[in-house]
Ligand binder design. Structure first.
Ligand code: SF4
Ligand code: SF4
Length: 174
């Protein structure tokens, strides 16, 4: 499966399809009776599987370079463990509480691009924050998190292609 992964082209494609993506948002809300949340999540997971297999995140790393990474105390404890430093030291070095507060979060990684990104790979992969593990977080609750997912369509080839695949699938009878 050959998919477009050039980030400039993905950004242009997503911008050009903004209205189409908004229609998708309304459509999945309207289909709530015909397509339950669980059924929609299952459909999205099925559509995403080949896309996740085809897109090599180690050749992209755009989320690690451009997104805010919000943290929980558990994330910082795991990070400290991975770095073999005290939790208080990890918190002092890497966590910005003030910036996180504005977004109603407990903490946020200080650096953007992420300080742990090395040669397009996560240097703390086994100890990475929970939000990094779940990104792009298509499911569960695709229907209700779609507005947030749509915001990432221009910066993440996986999101873009899953939305594209879902639009095509919903154009056919369910
Ligand atoms: S999750 Fe999306 S933005 Fe992040 S590296 Fe993979 S394709 Fe790129
Ligand atoms: S911690 Fe790792 S996965 Fe998370 S943003 Fe940084 S480099 Fe990416």
């Amino acid at each position: 499966m050959a998919l477009e992964t050039d980030l400039n082209r993905i950004a242009r494609l997503a911008a050009a399809r903004h209205d189409e993506f908004e229609v998708l948002r309304y459509t999945v809300e309207l289909l709530e009776d015909e397509l339950s949340d669980a059924a929609l999540d299952a459909l999205v997971d099925a559509l995403a599987a080949p896309i996740l297999a085809a897109v090599d995140c180690t050749r992209c790393a755009n989320c690690c370079r451009s997104l805010d990474v919000y943290l929980t105390p558990e994330d910082v404890a795991r990070l400290a463990d991975g770095l073999a430093i005290p939790t208080a030291e990890a918190a002092a070095r890497y966590v910005d509480h003030e910036a996180a507060e504005a977004a109603g979060e407990w903490g946020k990684l200080r650096a953007k691009p992420c300080a742990f990104l090395r040669d397009m790979r996560c240097s703390i992969y086994p100890h990475r924050p929970e939000s990094c593990r779940t990104y792009p977080a298509l499911t569960p609750d695709f229907r209700w998190t779609l507005p947030d997912i749509l915001e990432g369509a221009g910066g993440c080839p996986i999101i873009y292609h899953v939305l594209d695949a879902l639009i095509q699938r919903l154009d056919s009878p369910l």
